[in-house]
Design a protein around this ligand. Structure first.
Ligand code: PHE
Length: 503
């Protein structure tokens, strides 16, 4: 309503005069110029009621420094005043007395001939050359200030450029509009329709109505939309890299796994501490899994208890009941075990294969800033004839290179299922240090041969967490800020898409 009043006020004003500047209107109405311009724009939306011609006014203004000169005197006058009338002052003391513009004031005062340097004494002294001065700069700025308040100012071009250069004056340009009546001038605005309704169409009323023009420049309201969590974005990037390298994704859709696949098939002995309830979540209901491949289970039992395939085994009494215990998988290598077993037993026999998985795993951890009881693992597995540790190292370089990581170091490690095993470290240029990023190795024959894989087939594999690189990439220091009830949804909403700088 306010806006409407203003548009009509402007039109009424225009009725009684030939033309008017919007700046003038603002002054006369006592309303902000920007509001007048807004009202003019909305009048224009109604058609050619008025003509508006853009104008630029240049106006002068004293800068803050200019105002201070007008008030306290020019820099050179201040310096002159700081020199004692009788005697003199050392240049260093003078400059120290005069604040930040002392140097400028000093050189101006010297070139004006107000001061001189007396070298006949040691140290040389600055003395007054004249008994009094007239501060033209201050006078002129004071006068200018008065003139500007009254409207127009008189100033020579050379003074103007000089003052502008000294940053005492600045020129402002103000944009306004010169308004005059348009071909369809009227003093009232008919309300413009914004919606074409079915009624208007049915009654034919639309022919009489006037419609508001579309504003194609208006910014739309941003629609409500779902957001991907940073982990999912980084997961997408990892998946893309594996797919580019020709890996296919393993089926990871079973969080509950039999101990057999999570541990036994991986040649992890039944007394291994990781198989303790302290480290692993066991399932109460159903507590056991009875669907395990019988022949294979027997071969696993044999290799654990008495060995085979050139291995001595562990020499303990392997229990089926222990292998049947259901748990929440502690690593995605359980899925790799299932998949390799399938590969060994597929119709048509073994074919070289490259697999990956990215999914959740669960561990009975003490929770802290970097550990949660559930997290994600990224895992890659390659099965082929005659693979070596060199293939593993080369593959890791190729994989991490695609993540933008070019410097890798390896440290010997131990896993029950791989020999040799290597921890993977990478140099992080942003953090300027070496950080551990994963674990890897060559799967043991005690694991591959009972599955039924050909003797000359080797399998290399590596695993890393998804959370760690995500935290580094998104600059999150506490894992609870990334996952769990304390997550700031704003972080998810505003988080940029993830770009691992592919090479
Ligand atoms: N399963 C290992 C872990 O949980 C990672 C790994 C995968 C190690 C494959 C070697 C080979 O840390």
């Amino acid at each position: 309503q306010m806006e409407f009043d203003l548009t009509e006020r402007i039109l009424l004003h225009l009725e009684s005069c030939e033309e008017v500047d919007t700046l003038h209107l603002a002054q006369q109405f006592g309303i902000e110029h920007q509001k007048i311009v807004g009202a003019v724009k909305s009048i224009q939306a109604h058609g050619e009621l008025l003509k508006a011609e853009a104008l630029t006014h240049k106006s002068l203004q004293l800068t803050e420094e200019g105002q201070s000169v007008a008030l306290r005197g020019s820099h050179e006058a201040i310096i002159y005043a700081a020199v004692p009338g009788e005697g003199g002052i050392a240049q260093a003391d003078l400059l120290a007395s005069g604040g930040c513009n002392a140097k400028l004031g000093f050189s101006k005062a010297m070139s004006q001939g107000w001061l001189w340097l007396d070298k006949s004494v040691q140290p040389p002294l600055i003395r007054r050359r004249v008994a009094n001065i007239v501060d033209h700069v201050q006078e002129q700025l004071l006068q200018l200030q008065l003139q500007l308040a009254g409207g127009e100012a008189q100033l020579s071009v050379s003074d103007l450029t000089d003052y502008k250069k000294r940053k005492l004056l600045q020129e402002l340009s103000i944009k306004s509009f010169r308004l005059s009546k348009g071909p369809k001038f009227a003093t009232t605005l008919t309300k413009l329709e914004t919606d074409l309704t079915m009624d208007m169409l049915a009654t034919g009323q639309w022919q009489q109505l006037r419609f508001k023009a579309y504003n194609f420049d208006a910014l739309g309201a941003s629609p409500m939309r779902g957001q991907l969590h940073p982990l999912l974005k980084v997961r997408t990037e990892f998946r893309q890299i594996f797919l580019e390298m020709g890996f296919s994704e393993m089926a990871t859709n079973n969080y509950v796994e039999a101990s057999f696949w999570n541990f036994d098939a991986l040649f992890q002995p039944q007394q291994h501490p990781a198989r303790d309830a302290h480290d692993t979540f066991f399932i109460k209901q159903p507590a056991h899994c009875f669907e395990l491949p019988e022949d294979y289970v027997r071969r696993v039992q044999t290799v654990h208890s008495v060995g085979g395939y050139g291995s001595l085994g562990y020499g303990y009494e392997w229990q089926l009941a222990e292998a049947q215990k259901n748990l929440l998988r502690t690593h995605t290598t359980a899925v790799s075990a299932r998949t390799l077993f399938q590969l060994a037993n597929q119709a048509g026999g073994f074919k070289p294969a490259k697999y990956f998985s990215i999914d959740k795993v669960f561990r009975n951890e003490t929770l802290d800033a970097t550990h949660l009881a559930e997290f994600h693992q990224v895992e890659g597995v390659i099965a082929d004839v005659g693979l070596t540790l060199g293939d593993l190292i080369g593959t890791l370089h190729a994989f991490f290179c695609k993540l933008g990581i070019t410097r890798l170091e390896f440290k010997p490690a131990y896993n029950p299922y791989t020999e040799p095993s290597m921890e993977i470290f990478c140099y992080h240029p942003g953090l300027a240090k070496w950080i551990e990023v994963g674990n890897s190795g060559v799967f043991r024959p005690e694991l591959l041969l009972p599955m039924g894989l050909p003797r000359d087939v080797n399998v290399i594999a590596w695993g890393l967490s998804l959370e760690r690189p995500t935290m580094i990439k998104y600059g999150i220091n506490n894992i609870r800020d990334l996952v769990g009830p304390k997550v700031d949804l704003k972080m998810v909403e505003d988080g940029p898409i993830c770009r691992l700088d592919h090479v």
